[in-house]
Structures are given as C-alpha cells and as structure tokens.
Design a protein around this ligand. Structure first.
Ligand code: AMP
Ligand code: ZN
Length: 469
C-alpha cells in the first residue's frame, strides 16, 4: 500500500499515520443528516469531504465500508409534520429522497449502508438495557439517562472536564437526573408523537444512541474512522464514545475526523440562524460540480467563507480542466499510433511525478487544495507541451491522468456531450412520428437517448416540452 496516510485525529490532536484495524480494510462512519428539510451547503461540506476521503482510500487500494445514517425521528421532523398535518415518516421519506438527489448532483458515492434510526430501535433498546445492567444508565419515570460520572474518560475527545462543564451550567436542571451532565438515552412520548414500546416507556430514543448502535451493527464494535462536522465533537461524539465504550468495553473509533465550518459573511451558516443556501438553490445557479470543487479548494480543517467570487473562481478552475480534457480528446481523433520519443517519455515522467505529488498532498491529512494545484500543473503541461503531432499513447496517458486524479476528488473531468437544440428538436419530432406509427420501441429508445444526455421530456397537452437536467 506504499506510503502511509496521515490523518489529524481530534482525539489525540495530532496528525497520525493511518493504520487500519484490519489490513486493507477501512471501517468508516459519518454522522448523517436529520431529514426535515433540504440540506444546506454547510451540510454539504462533510458530505463532500468524507466522500473524498473514502475515494482516496479506495484509490490507495483499501476496501472501504462506509456507513452514514439518517436521523429520521427528531423534534424538528415532528414539528414539521405537525405543521403540514402529515406523519413524521412522510417528512423524513420526502427529505431522504431529496437528499439523495443532491448527493447525486454532488457526485457522492452511495454509502455501503444508510441505516435509518426508526428501523434500528430494537438494537437501541438492547444497548440501553446493557448499559443499565452495567450500571452506566438508570431509569426515572420512563426516561433513561446515561450516568456520565461512571464513564471515567468522559471528555477525552472534546478535552472537557465534567467539573468544569457543570460549573458552566446555569439553568436549573430537572430533578430526575442524578447529575446535570447525564444525558437522555430514551424518553417517553408526548401526545401526538411517534413512539415505540420499550421496557421503560412508550417513547423514542435519544439522538446519540442511534450512532453507537448503527456503527456497531454495520461496522463492528471497533471502527477505524468516525467523522462529522466540528460542532458534533461535543456533546454528540463525546456521548457516543461514552455509550459505546461503556457498553462494549473497548475503544470505539481509532481516528476522529472533523471538518471546519462553512461560513457566510464570516458567520456560521446554520438553519436556525436563517443565513443559509440550500444545495438545491445553488444547483439552479451552478452545476453542483462547481460547489464540490469550491469545497475542496480549501483544507477541510480550515473554515471557509462562502462567496460568489470564490464560486466564480471555482467555476473558472473547473472550466480550465474541462477545456484541457476536451482538447486532448480532440487531439486523439487524429493522433498517430507511434513509438513515444524521448521527449515524450520525459513529459510522461513529469506527469507521473505530478501524480506522486498529488498523492503526497493527499497523504498529508487530505490536502485537497494542494491536490487541485497539482491537477492544474498537469493541465498546464497538457496545454503547453502537447500538440497534434504527439503520439496517441502520450495524449491518452496524460488525458487518463487528469481524469483519474479529478475522479479521486469526485470531479468529472470530461464534459458531458451537450446536444444542440436543433438536434434535440429533431429527435423529439422523430419520437412523435414513431409514436404516431405505433413504433413505441423507437419512441422509448429516443426518450432514453435524450435522457442519457441529460434531456428530460415532459408530455403535456400542448405538446412535448423538454429541459436540461
Ligand atoms: P445537522 O443536520 O445540523 O445535524 O448537520 C449535518 C452535518 O453537517 C453535521 O456533520 C454538521 O456538523 C455539518 N454542518 C452543519 N452546518 C455546517 C456548516 N455550516 N459547515 C460545515 N458543516 C456543517
Ligand atoms: Zn452521530
């Protein structure tokens, strides 16, 4: 597997060499969205960053088991359901669907597993029961709390100390808890809320327990990487560690990765503050590739301020790569099959050297910003050194390299062939004729040809309308 990667581990606050639990395999869990609305572009940051981490690990030869959950029962979902007069499941299913569309546009690989909290309640009840048996949890009036003081290492991820935390609590805490830092594992239902029966009450799980349970079920008691945005370090990930390690008696995750925030006007982009753009809104202005490129233009642990200027710069950067691959493809059409000259061999050696530089950047805690600069160096070499006189082999190899390295970042480096308007109209006319002649096979075939090129047809009473996807 060659040179080892280094990952900044929030747990040790150091960059560490990545050594997987099982050779050649990576078990990775990323906390997923609460599905009550469209995701905003801040939420897209961990999605893009950790998809890139996964892609790079796959390129290095690891088999990556990548799990990310859906929090599909939660106060915000229930509130939204009440507002619309539908069930919580209608809301969560709708936004899971919309989330998948956004991920598709961002070219994010599907997870190995996408468990939903509501389908894993049995596992949560079992883990909570074990925690009670081991003395790490207790029940009061149908609510189950985690007994934080019994987990001696509480605070090890966020570097917080329970006594300091408690000194900071000003609000009077409910008398039920033995200690103000104890947190909820199970809570009884309120009127009109979805619920499940349990040994303690009809109710629902707390948020933290779902990740401990799903991570164990799909990846095992110990995993390599657990990841999410930096706001999850405390309390979410701290509580996950407490639950999992108290229950399983072993270290939960070896490497904890956290992305910094995406800001807007130098303030955190968040739904509760109302200063956000959804991925869907941005997709109306830019291809989502541009958003992905923008997100990777900074290191994932640096805060980024969202701006139109930066998006425009990303758009231009991406365009430079697409133009280079377009030109190389064009040169290939006429290039001759011939032995590479020494000069060509040198160009290729330089390009391969740049591939190594790309790897070195990514091995250093996934420095995607430097990795992108390396792709630009190859693009520059292609633009300045390669002409129609070069051998087919050289052109193909340089083209393949740009495509390969871009793909590791989830960037599609080859422009989708766009159909011209006249061509679309011609095909639609041909489809109409085919339908008139009851040649439905041909009509369907044309619909598919168009859909492959990103053209969506809509049959209306006024005739056929089309749009680009
Ligand atoms: P949420 O739906 O708020 O739980 O967030 C889902 C994921 O997005 C979590 O990993 C958050 O840490 C992350 N996240 C939320 N807002 C931002 C932001 N402005 N920048 C980067 N990551 C964010
Ligand atoms: Zn989680």
């Amino acid at each position: 597997m060659g040179v080892k990667m280094k990952i900044y581990n929030t747990l040790t606050k150091k960059k560490e060499e990545f050594v997987p639990i099982e050779e050649g395999k990576v078990r990775m869990y990323v906390c997923g969205p609460t599905v009550y609305n469209y995701i905003h572009i801040g939420n897209a940051r961990p999605i893009i960053v950790f998809d890139t981490v996964r892609r790079y690990m796959e390129y290095k030869g690891y088999e990556v088991n990548f799990v990310t959950n859906f929090t599909d029962v939660d106060d915000k979902i229930i509130k939204r359901a009440k507002e619309e007069g539908v069930s919580a499941a209608v809301i969560s299913e709708r936004y899971i669907e919309e989330y998948r569309k956004d991920l598709d546009g961002l070219n994010v690989k599907p997870a190995t597993a996408n468990p939903k909290a509501t389908e894993e309640i049995d596992g949560m009840i079992e883990m909570i029961s074990t925690l009670i048996k081991k003395g790490y949890a207790y029940e009061k009036n149908g609510t189950v709390y985690f007994r934080t003081r019994n987990f001696k290492e509480y605070g090890k991820l966020s570097k917080k100390n329970i006594d300091d935390l408690e000194a900071g609590i000003r609000i009077a805490v409910s008398e039920e808890k033995e200690d103000p830092m104890d947190f909820v594992l199970w809570k009884p239902k309120k009127e009109g809320e979805p619920y499940w029966s349990s040994p303690w009450s009809d109710g629902r799980p707390g948020w933290h327990i779902e990740c401990s349970v799903m991570s164990r079920k799909y990846l095992g008691e110990q995993i390599d990487i657990h990841a999410g945005g930096e706001d999850l370090v405390f309390p979410h990930h701290e509580n996950e560690i407490a639950q999992s390690e108290a229950c399983n008696g072993k270290e939960f995750a070896r490497y904890w990765m956290h992305n910094a925030f995406l800001n807007i006007d130098n303030k955190k982009m968040s739904k509760s503050d109302g200063n956000f753009f959804t991925v869907r809104e941005i997709s109306e202005e830019y291809p989502l590739q541009v958003l992905r490129f923008f997100m990777l233009s900074a290191h994932y642990r640096s805060p980024v301020n969202f701006s139109r200027e930066l998006m425009e710069a990303s758009k231009n950067g991406l365009e430079r790569i697409l133009t280079a691959t377009y030109n190389l493809n064009h040169l290939l059409e006429t290039a001759k099959e011939k032995e590479m000259t020494d000069e060509e061999k040198n160009i290729l050696a330089d390009v391969n050297g740049l591939n190594e530089k790309f790897d070195a950047a990514m091995d250093e805690d996934f420095n995607t910003a430097d990795a992108i600069s390396v792709i630009f160096e190859i693009v520059k070499a292609a633009n300045t050194k390669i002409t129609a006189d070069n051998s087919k082999e050289l052109i193909q190899k340089v083209l393949d390299k740009i495509i390969l390295l871009s793909d590791i970042l989830g960037i599609q480096a080859v422009k989708k062939e766009e159909l011209l308007e006249e061509e679309i109209e011609r095909l639609i006319q041909e489809r109409q004729n085919a339908r008139k002649n009851k040649d439905f096979a041909r009509a369907d075939e044309i619909r598919n040809i168009l859909s492959d090129k990103g053209i969506i047809l809509e049959d209306t009473r006024e005739g056929v309308r089309w749009k680009r996807a």
